[in-house]
Design a protein around this ligand. Sequence first.
Ligand code: BV8
Length: 239
Amino acid sequence: MPVLDSLRLNQTDSIVILTGAGISQESGLDTFRCAGGIWSEVDLEDVATPRGFARNPDLVHRFYNDRRRGLLDPAIQPNAAHAALAALERGWRGSVTLVTQNIDDLHERAGSADPIHMHGALLKAVCQRCHAVTDCHDDLSVHDLCLSCGGKGGLRPDVVWFGETPYHMDRIQAALEDCDLFLSIGTSGHVYPAAGFVAEAGANGAVTVELNLDPSEGVSRFDRAIQGPATALVPALVA
Ligand code: BV8
């Protein structure tokens, strides 16, 4: 029985979905905090904070250049979980708001219409001076300058680092306020404000469900938690 049926939702109910690195793991992208994850290889202070970028921009550019090249490897493709969410968006009569902490583009490539990238996007760069955002599929360096402001500003990855304000928070808060189902997929529930969304949705009366390989740090705040790989659980959700 698909999980959605068992939740006795109406087809016009509103759904908010939050995804994390776990939904892209079976596509071949590393997670952050699983064994051997990204943060076990490099100190987030050095590569995912404004201080780290100010201290050593070349190191930070190398970190994101490596991940960008990895994401652009043809072997990296959306998986059945990304596809199932895109199908849910197309088939559901109510609103579906997909919020992702991920900076990969696998939701878009699977067909999701408008994923909200609250932590930014690996395939975008932003000007440190005029904040113009451009596509970025090549390596970035301190020598890359912004064309929009006549080369006066340097480019950085369009990624939200620790201590920076996540993108699209107004849209996210509005969606959390009137959602009937909050679905969290493939996140450890470690990073805020994303980790606090389940409490906000629950306080607004939503049913909250976690689909994750292991119980997250916030598992006790969910009405239901189902463990397993995303490519098994998510398609079953919407079958
Ligand atoms: C903010 C960059 C204010 C992009 C990331 C002191 C000073 C300043 C801030 C703070 C502070 N103390 C706390 C904070 C808040 C801080 C924070 O949360 N820190 C943590 C360390 C405690 N947050 C911030 O600074 C944020 N900004 O608070 O501004 C504000 C707040 C509200 C409104 C306005 C202003 C900014 C946070 C963004 C930081 N940037 N990364 C990049 O390089 O990618 S966060 C980083 O962690 C990634 O972006 C990632 O998206 C995110 C969350 O990780 P997960 O996606 O959950 O991945 P993880 O590996 O942890 O877990 C994977 C899960 O998947 C596991 O549970 C695993 O079991 C599961 N899994 C694995 N395989 C599968 C699977 N599940 C299913 N199937 C599988 N196959």
